[in-house]
Ligand binder design. Structure first.
Ligand code: SAH
Length: 342
């Protein structure tokens, strides 16, 4: 059966026409979906007949709450089960300016970054658009909060599931959908050059984040195998094109690892690489994962790294860590409770 949440409004209109129904019914159904309704019976302005037809052809709820954990800082990590029994995790974080949802886009990940727990669990499949927006709807339903920001920083590589992710982005952004402004949506990629090329032509004002983690190819290739396919200069080149094309600032994510990428020379080298670019560097203390070989840099080293970048004219901030006590922080998400380490 098809998942009704996979459709844009236009596609849903076509579906209804194919069912012999009036096109405007799609608007009513779409509105119910994004009001968070999870059963066709609750769509009270539809006829009994139409509700029956919908039930015969579509499912609406495709993601089920299996478990959740609340951190000391209020962050909630959710474990969701999908219709094929596979599980994924998503995270809800509270900031001064509202709630941010961190969503997964694949079951597992193929990229193999050696510091990320999601890479260790093997790849199963891409999530559908409906499964991606479903995470947000479920988190709103469970928490009773309206989510105002979305980050594609959960499990998976968004540009390795490009079409479904972009379709989900449109549903999130659609005023009749989740109605979240594009500027409040961030997509993080490990640096898939073709994906960045496509994304710059989408004409949507989402934020692009690039996981850089080192400005040296030897170090980056060791941390992120994808660097052997797209090296740093290829990634930087396409980022420069993106900035010219969109006039939007790029965020570079840089997980600071003790003794690996956090020296004064590393900061200087990075500042030269990013010199003159419209960008921002987000420094993340590397989070420990099971059997991981990396340790976080000390607070003093992180501050020195940030200060040196700032002195060189590169805006850099240290990301506040949320949810690390429940393994909900960057790189700690996995796909079932057995492998989840606290
Ligand atoms: N596949 C996407 C999204 C990954 S998660 C990407 O690579 O960008 C979001 C961010 O968390 C990425 O920058 C990722 O590199 C970072 N991350 C992964 N594991 C981490 C860890 N153990 N500590 C800190 N950051 C980590």
């Amino acid at each position: 059966m098809k998942n009704i949440r996979d459709f844009s409004l236009e596609e849903l209109e076509n579906e209804l026409i194919n069912l012999g129904e009036k096109k405007f019914r799609a608007k009513q159904i779409f509105a119910w979906i994004y009001r968070g309704v999870t059963s066709f019976d609750a769509m009270t302005d539809l006829s009994k007949d139409l509700i029956e037809k919908l039930k015969q052809n579509y499912i609406i709820d495709c993601i089920f709450l299996e478990n959740f954990q609340k951190s000391k800082d209020g962050t909630i990590k959710y474990l969701f089960k999908l219709t094929d029994e596979h599980k994924i995790e998503s995270v809800l974080m509270k900031y001064k300016y509202g709630y941010t949802a961190c969503v997964s886009n694949q079951i597992g990940c193929k990229m193999g970054c050696n510091f990320c727990a999601s890479a260790k669990i093997g790849f199963v499949r891409n999530l559908t658009p409906g499964e991606i927006v479903g995470q947000i709807l479920k988190m709103e339903e469970h928490s009773g909060e309206k989510i105002s920001n979305i980050v594609f920083m959960g499990i998976g590589e968004p540009f390795d599931n490009y079409d479904n992710v972009m379709k989900a982005v449109r549903l999130i952004n659609d005023p009749k959908g989740l109605n979240i402004g594009a500027r409040h949506i961030s997509i993080s990629t490990c640096g898939l050059v073709e994906g960045i090329e496509r994304f710059m032509n989408e004409n949507i004002q989402c934020n692009l984040c690039i996981s850089l983690h080192s400005s040296r190819d030897e170090v980056r290739s060791d941390m992120m195998p994808i660097n052997r396919k797209y090296n740093i200069s290829q990634v930087i080149e396409v980022c420069k094109k993106y900035i010219v094309k969109t006039n939007r600032r790029i965020t570079f994510e840089y997980a600071l690892v003790d003794g690996v990428n956090d020296s004064r020379e590393d900061a200087l080298h990075l500042s030269k690489l990013l010199h003159g670019m419209l960008c921002h560097v987000n420094l993340i203390p590397v989070n420990k994962i099971k059997d991981g070989k990396y340790e976080k840099s000390s607070v003093e080293k992180m501050m020195a790294f940030r200060d040196l970048l700032n002195d060189k004219g590169i805006v850099a901030t240290i990301r506040r860590e949320l949810g690390s006590d429940i393994a909900a922080a960057c790189g700690q998400l996995v796909r079932d409770e057995q492998t989840s380490q606290k």
